[in-house]
Design a protein around this ligand. Structure first.
Ligand SMILES: N[C@@H](CCC(=O)N[C@@H](CS)C(=O)NCC(=O)O)C(=O)O
Length: 207
């Protein structure tokens, strides 16, 4: 195999990796699957990624990656000219911090809030977990809002992988109207990224 295979699902964080592969100019194919639906495609996903999550990325050498932030750092290693990771030390520190907040603090609020009943909770406990994880996410977004001054991207004049996450995640709960009201700087970085043709094309396909 001489290309990457991205296992993806509509509306998911796999769009971030598809954008990165496109911007980096790396040969790839996207296998769109209904990742939660039992069947052959999910069986294959589970055989590659025991968490059954997308994105899952198969590298040209057959190795498998299951964490989006790791995939982005790998794509940067292979195609540094795309500039998905900043090059100066101060910007890199801010970049690493923001990206890890997105994957380690924001993303899990969806893991636990999207379908809380899968954790064996009754109706009342499931809606409490959903409400609390939604509220926690909003607090995290508001804390990140204070960290950036978009110009036009989150970390300055260069688009980085953080902007790709913002472009995708700002469409998820609580949605863009909430961001406009509460986190206008994050939304403005997301919108700047969405003006890039490769980003807008993939956003449209994932809407
Ligand atoms: N840590 C993973 C999280 C990926 C993730 O949660 N993806 C969602 C889809 S957008 C998913 O697969 N959810 C199903 C689940 O967690 O069971 C990453 O950053 O790549």
């Amino acid at each position: 195999m001489s290309e990457y295979e991205l296992i993806a699902s509509k509306g998911c964080g796999s769009a971030v990796i598809e954008m990165a592969l496109a911007l980096a100019g790396l040969p790839h194919r996207v296998t769109m699957i209904p990742y939660l639906e039992p069947g052959l495609e999910r069986d294959r996903l589970l055989s590659l990624n025991p968490l059954g999550q997308v994105p899952t990325l198969i590298l040209p050498n057959g190795n498998v990656m299951t964490e989006s932030a790791a995939m982005l750092l790998h794509i940067h290693d292979v195609a540094p000219q795309a500039g998905l990771v900043p090059s100066d030390v101060d910007s890199r520190a801010a970049f690493f911090n923001l990206m890890i907040v997105l994957v380690a603090a924001i993303y899990p609020t969806f893991t636990f809030g999207d379908d809380p009943k899968q954790f064996g909770l009754d109706d009342a406990a499931a809606s409490a977990l959903r409400a609390e994880s939604d509220a926690r996410r909003n607090r995290i977004w508001q804390s990140i809002e204070t960290l950036i001054s978009p110009s036009p991207y989150a970390l300055g004049p260069q688009l980085t992988a953080v902007d790709l996450y913002l472009a995708v995640m700002s469409a998820w709960r609580p949605g863009r109207a909430w961001f406009a009201q509460n986190c206008p700087k994050l939304l403005s970085a997301a919108e700047a990224a969405a003006k890039i043709p490769a980003v807008s094309r993939i956003l449209e396909r994932n809407a």
